[in-house]
Design a protein around this ligand. Structure first.
Ligand SMILES: C[S@@+](CC[C@H](N)C(=O)[O-])C[C@H]1O[C@@H](n2cnc3c(N)ncnc32)[C@H](O)[C@@H]1O
Length: 197
């Protein structure tokens, strides 16, 4: 059996078993943090009603179900990943977020593993940050997850000037603005708020 058929079997198993709470994925520390600390906090906060999740993959396919009590919109540049998006799914580059959402209309943008995983050119990254800022409401939350590895971080974080438009935010369950995973992929979550300029 080929590698891709095995992958399809694994995805099918995950899709069916996760409904019963059985999780066959191998999860790194950053994935556990996302799902066990960050997501519960989003779900605990009633103001976080309209959430944009950027970048879909087989291992995120059940996220729309986790957020069924919210408006959970997925966005992904590759049509191949559409089966892993939610019922409201946008096939487009995150550079174009502002084409799909009005100003101040999103409560949360979860932007994990996209910078350095396809979104690699500085102008496109800056366009994305500008668009996220435009579409987030005041006090809206921006979660920026990335891997601090040379192969996966095309620029130093200080070079991403669009991030300066946001205010670092102390994320309550972690009590810090940046979480650094103690794992091989050197994953970092940065938490930001949109504040009045
Ligand atoms: C590592 S994967 C999955 C990321 C997922 N958000 C997570 O939490 O793991 C990165 C995904 O980002 C998508 N991606 C890359 N560039 C993108 C862009 N400009 N706009 C939207 N999605 C993009 C890729 O196609 C890929 O499916």
């Amino acid at each position: 059996m080929g590698k891709s058929s095995l992958k399809q079997i694994r995805i099918g198993l995950h899709r069916n078993l996760i409904r019963f709470g059985i999780d066959i994925r191998k999860k790194r520390a950053d994935r556990k943090l996302l799902e066990q600390v960050i997501f519960p906090e989003l779900l605990r906060t009633p103001d976080y009603r309209r959430i944009l999740f950027v970048g879909c993959a087989w291992y995120t396919l059940h996220y729309p179900q986790l957020f069924r009590s919210r408006e959970f919109i997925t966005m992904e540049i590759s049509p191949d990943e559409t089966p892993y998006g939610g019922s409201t799914h946008i096939i487009d580059s995150c550079e174009n977020i502002a084409r799909h959402f009005q100003e101040n209309s999103l409560d949360v943008v979860v932007f994990n593993g996209v910078y350095g995983c396809g979104l690699n050119e500085l102008p496109a990254i800056e366009r994305t940050l500008l668009a996220v800022h435009h579409s987030l409401r005041l006090n809206g939350l921006f979660i920026f997850g990335w891997n601090d590895l040379p192969a996966m971080a095309p620029y130093r974080i200080e070079q991403l000037t669009g991030l300066n438009a946001f205010e670092p935010y102390v994320f309550p369950p972690l009590n810090k603005t940046i979480h650094e995973s103690d794992s091989k992929n050197r994953h970092r979550f940065h938490f930001y708020r949109k504040e009045l300029q």
